[in-house]
Design a protein around this ligand. Sequence first.
Ligand SMILES: Cc1cc2nc3c(=O)[nH]c(=O)nc-3n(C[C@H](O)[C@H](O)[C@H](O)COP(=O)(O)O)c2cc1C
Length: 229
Amino acid sequence: MKTAYLDPKLPRNLPGNPMHWAKAWFDAASDKRVQKNPNAMTLATVGDGGAPTARVVLCKAFEADPGYLVFFTNYESRKSEQLFTNPEVCVVFHWDSIGRQIRIEGLAARSPAEESDRYFSSRDAGSRLGAWGSDQSKPLESRQHLIEQMQRRASELGIELDENGKPAANAEIPRPPHWGGIRIWARRVELWIDGEDRIHDRACWTRELEPTGDGTFSTGDWSGTRLQP
Ligand SMILES: Cc1cc2nc3c(=O)[nH]c(=O)nc-3n(C[C@H](O)[C@H](O)[C@H](O)COP(=O)(O)O)c2cc1C
């Protein structure tokens, strides 16, 4: 029997592993191109003194088993400084046109270098150079300073730019050490389906995460419960 991932309600018996459902929704939103960036998710991190901050990033991998998401960023940005200090994070996806929201709370950890290398090498040359050119989240005097900084760094890397300031498509641009992936290991997942008269369908699942010492986690069994809307 086909699993009813996209039925208008969650099944009476809640699924054992919510990440398969979450991934099916993520894939459906991506396949249907419900918006320009269906993989956009709001990422909340915890700053000094416990204050939350949030911003949008793109989910580039959704691994239902063992249950983590991946996004890529500058490891010296404000978000990275915060999540390296306090790995407790939360992400939210919302797709209005399919009436679904996913909330995932968990722990952030740096991706293995191979994962970052693989994704970095799939990016176009301009984006690869951009990772060298911008000190994300740091103050900037003017746009012109940024352009000059990018030109200077391209020249230090021996990369020639054309008259539009772009590197050649086949330019060799290595991954900067300060740029790469972050995995978000799910510890609590909430699925939400828009309902008539605001009687939404809602359920959450939790599990234990135990650090294994190499940046990954061993995972306990999921336990789910319905929530009032
Ligand atoms: C649709 C969209 C997608 C974005 N994707 C990313 C991303 O994948 N990685 C990233 O570092 N910033 C991304 N950004 C920029 C972030 O929202 C943010 O401005 C930047 O990462 C700096 O955040 P921070 O100062 O809190 O570290 C994206 C912004 C938007 C609106």
